[in-house]
Unconditional design. Structure first.
Length: 289
């Protein structure tokens, strides 16, 4: 396989789809497997050894769900033609075996030989695949968190270029202030640490429009994309999972308060997009107001 064919193979990965619900299960598993190769483990990966890691990644970076099933992507990735098992006769990729079944039968998996060897021989291709998976499935604000959690080092890989026009549109709409804390520091004439966040992620087909954007300082942007708080009728709702030093100052004191709205009503957050954020990103439950 050529390097281009490798990239195309990962680009054709099929994820479970129902409406606009997120399903980052396969992408997160792929990033773990890429990290294993990069760190010298080119052998089969035991499900038992990565179950907890994958579960935690799904909890931290996946949509809020009552049940997290790391065994699903571990089995279903084989349907995309890039993943194989040490005991294929024991796996039916049309079904979803339990975690207990995979552990008891010592099931392991890895990329097929053609892909695995190419990724070992061409480290830059591995990094490009990782950046592609990240950019296609997650907002840039949490890329470094995911990279750290998966053990990857892809600092020289290709990054997606952000839409400069979208940033300008949102910052103008919100008059260059964070909608949560009103941060608006400038260095000379340059605004610093102020960003345009998508409410419904661009990676989930959210549009680059003012009513799908919100101006946030760097900290609140990351907290928003991680699901620490959300918006309901333009009111800030903080997750009941938020705790620790700084929680009161940076989040809890804003709970139940209306955001600093854009200068024009037509730019107000669209309920369709905020509902998506509540269902697909927000973690835990909202505190009582």
């Amino acid at each position: 396989m050529t390097n281009q064919e490798i990239l195309q193979s990962f680009d054709r990965i099929k994820s479970w789809i129902r409406g606009s619900e997120r399903a980052p299960h396969k992408p997160l598993l792929i990033l773990i497997a890429l990290g294993e190769i990069q760190n010298g483990n080119s052998h089969f990966i035991k499900y038992e050894e990565i179950e907890e890691r994958l579960r935690n990644l799904l909890i931290d970076f996946g949509p809020p769900r009552k049940n997290v099933n790391p065994q699903y992507p571990f089995v279903r990735l084989a349907n995309d033609g890039i993943w194989e098992f040490n005991k294929p006769n024991l796996i039916n990729t049309s079904n979803d075996p339990s975690s207990q079944y995979l552990i008891e039968n010592e099931i392991s998996a890895c990329f097929i030989p053609e892909i695995k060897q190419r990724l070992i021989n061409y480290p830059l291709v591995l990094k490009e695949v990782a950046w592609h998976i990240l950019s296609k499935n997650f907002p840039e604000s949490i890329h470094e968190d995911i990279i750290s959690a998966t053990g990857l080092d892809i600092s020289s890989g290709k990054k997606r270029t952000r839409n400069a026009a979208f940033r300008d549109q949102i910052l103008i709409a919100y008059e260059y202030r964070c909608a949560v804390c009103e941060f608006s520091v400038r260095l000379a004439q340059k605004n610093i640490a102020l960003e345009a966040a998508h409410i419904k992620w661009f990676e989930a087909q959210g549009p680059d429009t003012e009513n799908n954007g919100i101006a946030l300082c760097t900290l609140h942007h990351k907290l928003f994309d991680l699901g620490a708080f959300t918006l309901k009728n333009n009111v800030i709702f903080v997750s009941d999972r938020v705790n620790g030093t700084g929680a009161q100052e940076w989040l809890l004191k804003f709970h139940g308060k209306e955001i600093r709205l854009p200068q024009r009503e037509k730019y107000y957050p669209e309920p369709e997009f905020t509902e998506w954020h509540v269902n697909e990103v927000f973690k835990g439950m909202g505190r009582e107001v």
